[in-house]
Ligand binder design. Sequence first.
Ligand code: CDP
Length: 793
Amino acid sequence: MAITEKPSTPPEIGGIGHSVRRHEDDRFVAGQGNFLDDHVLPGMLHMAILRSPVPHGTINAIDTSAATALDGVVAVVTGELLAQYNLAWMPTMSGDTQAVLATDKVRFQGQEVAAVVATDPYIAQDALELIDVDYGVLPAVTSPQQSLESGTVLIRDDKEGQTSNLVYEWESGDVAATDAAFARADRVVSIETHYPRSHPAPLETCGCIADVNATTGQATIYMTSQAPHAIRTVFAMVAGLPEQNIRIISPDLGGGFGNKVPVYPGYVVATAASLVIGKPVKWIETRTENLISTGFARDYYMKGELALTNEGKILALRVQMLSDQGAFYSDAQPTKFRAGLFHVVTGSYDYPAAHVACRGAYTNKAPGGVAYRCSFRITEASYLIERLVQTAAYELGIDPAEMRLKNFIQPEQFPYTSPTGFVYDSGDYPTALRKAMDAVGYEALRVEQQQARAQGRLVGIGIAHFTEAVGAGPSKTYDILGLKMIDSAELRIHPTGKAILKLGVKTQGQGHETTFAQIVADELGIPVTDIKVVEGDTDNTPYGLGTYASRSTPIAGAATAMVSRKLGDKAKQIAAHLLEAAGADIELENGAFSVRGTPSRSVTIQDVALAAYTNLPEGMEYGLEGVHYYDPPNLTYPYGSYIVVVDVDAETGVWKVRRMVALDDCGVRINPMIVEGQIHGGLTEGFAKSSMQWITFDEDGNCIGSNFMDYLIPTAWETPRFELLETCVPSPHHPIGAKGVGESATVGSPAAYVNAVIDAIAHLGVRNIDMPLLPDRVWSAMQAAPVQQRAGG
Ligand code: CDP
């Protein structure tokens, strides 16, 4: 298809650009979803996990006798038992080790200590209370700063050669060029901020049913996994099982947001238990287990400095970042990048030099570091640069919008190589920001802001312009544990012209069953309702690294277009045979193959499909099916301009969003309705993060935020109304010009909300408040601020 913003197929075909209603919703709204906990296997047992109440301590003894004696308990599993099978420890996605069940020590509150397998889930839960563990309590390390102080207790004393709590040190950019730019700068502006720990909190928690047949060696594992193929390979490596005998089935998922990428100890214990007991074993996390022990995100402490001219031109960026990794380094991220893609922190701006220095530290908290609604740590990066540019605007007395327009990468500079080595593929940032400014009425709002201040009212206007880097990734650079981050699509067209598309990625609610069918419909003219999309069963789909970090459209979407084109080429040869014409003369449009120049001579894709099994040219192989593995030449770079207007109550610090205008550019939109849904979700999450959502720990390492009374999820009541806008600069290297969008709004919006609140009180001298902006924090910042007259705005 030609790259265009408008649909080129009629609605009855429903190709790219149509807001086709989601096929999958038919079963979801009818209560016919097929989630993990819906599965009941014959003879199935239930597993519950005992977790440590102690954030840091030795395990002196575990007495399981009372639990074992309880009626209905089939087995009690401890780390000691697993150690006999060499399964007490497992590798993490970032090449560290993680305890499956603790043997020597516990290192965070909520760590897995033992598991009970019983005939019923309630018996399993009751039996946990009968296990007696003698802990020797050790001091807990609750911040990365404390962790790296000399004399702090060594958390990972299990690791040979580990002498401190430092996990990694990693840098990107050119330190000498950056130092030189800072030396010649007129001004240096800096900000220190913390992007707090957060949790993906999908509606459905994690879980699995392991069904291992010791006689046949077949292991079928139903699992809430965003990356079933990669998990199968990791399982084969960890458990030593032959990979052809492992089948991971990831059924309907009730959200994932990165939480369902890692291998969790519960999966390994359930599989080992099923193997030993010879029956299927089901494990489903409780909400509290999910919040305190699986896959957190963020927790980056960041210091950013900009070198500037007096006129506001950025010369260089310097960043120091310290991350709180928890007790095990289990970030799900590409091998080469120790801090994910955080070094995209240079943002949407053009300057020659940057240096980013990152360190990670072990603490007595749950491990995680998942790509929660962002491409590997880009949310943190985007937040820092957008807060920093805003601060620089205040310090220099330049309007924050003008500051951005002055420093943007210009449309003619693409492809643009950033100072930390990313090659941005395309964009038109000035048009995007100006369009958002026009929609919100920016100039008039600035006038209103001045008048409001004179009346003692506080109005704030916050801007964030983000650039994401999604679609990891090109095999030359991107792998996870050595597995290249390619993805695949297999397309089979049946004799009646109906098709089945099988993918290596796995939807968690994003609407893949609809959008990927739309790509095939667009390429071949098969109506979208005639195409079934299958994902999530490793025995029946081609290999892929899975869905996270908005990689499905950039990679699996491209694979889908490419395999459709492969089949289209064969279909043209068959059509030529049916039309008695030369293959080179055949054109395909909206499912009709015709001879160039004589459109009246045509056959349909359905005619061709039948001929593929009944009437072929001499020597051609029967069938109409194929597979394509796509290795992207580059990442794609969606972007957006967000503007938030807030009213802040000067007496209480309570802030309310008056307007939220969000312009997104994700290239060609396959399904505009689904794209808007994705953006709504991300904007809501950005609002949650900036206003209420917070996982904290007390000084003893106890996790506060273990339930939805403490960890707040915004409802429709609190969530502001969103006004969506778009531009479309297609990705030049993607076969259909699409970029990912899944998490863009989460990446872009937190800074817009925070910038708006700070903007309302910046004239008092307030430059930063860490998220979430609770009213008392805003109020305290106002009281503490040195009153200044802010220029510009
Ligand atoms: O990897 P993930 O599916 O989470 O993210 P994505 O590839 O950005 O896609 C999220 C949803 O939006 C999918 O259903 C996509 O097909 C759809 N989408 C779209 O319709 N057009 C785009 N340009 C990007 C995504």
